[in-house]
Design a protein around this ligand. Structure first.
Ligand code: RP5
Length: 168
């Protein structure tokens, strides 16, 4: 019997123009062996699809939703409003926007009762969203927990080596 593992993380973005930055999120998840469902869904341009996605995500095996958008970035909040899954928001810089502050404030400042775990703006936030999603999954996945410890250790070692090469 072939067993197909369903993706446990969804990476949703407001536009395909967000993909360039969000590829680093998908790549970071992949480094941990987590294959994500990747979708382009807009809270404003496709609100019905956004609602349907959020309402059915859990029944499709999704455990964590990562939602990235720029400008008036309501995607993470709109998905969080219709699901009790943890939603991680990634505010993005958009050329036509206000340098990322617009998306940051739209993502982070949720009303009490409907949380969104907002990351920092842009690529750093995209990578951290992946790592936070893995940390959530790792609560019930010993193999992922082991990979996280290894990840941190490698990260520390890389900084130690840079320090050693400079501090002679
Ligand atoms: C947001 O508006 C998207 O997430 C994107 O960051 C921004 C601009 O979208 P496009 O006009 O490039 O499709 O909803």
């Amino acid at each position: 019997m072939v067993s197909e593992k369903r993706p446990s993380v969804a990476v949703v973005m407001g536009s395909d123009s967000d993909l360039k930055v969000m590829e680093s999120c998908v790549a970071q998840l992949r480094e941990f062996g987590v294959e994500a469902t990747v979708r382009v869904i807009s809270a404003h341009r496709t609100p019905n699809i956004a609602a349907e996605f959020a309402e059915t995500a859990q029944s499709k095996g999704i455990s964590v939703i990562i939602a990235a958008a720029g400008m008036a970035a309501h995607l993470a909040g709109a998905l969080a409003a219709r699901s009790t899954l943890p939603v991680i928001g990634v505010p993005l810089v958009c050329e036509a926007g206000l340098g990322g502050m617009d998306a940051l404030l739209s993502t982070v400042q949720m009303p009490p009762g409907v949380p969104v775990a907002s990351m920092g703006v842009g690529k750093a936030g995209a990578k951290n969203a992946a790592i936070l999603a893995v940390q959530i999954l790792a609560l019930k996945d010993a193999e992922l927990a082991r990979k996280l410890v290894e990840f941190r250790s490698k990260q520390e070692q890389a900084v130690r080596e840079k320090d050693a090469s400079l501090s002679r």
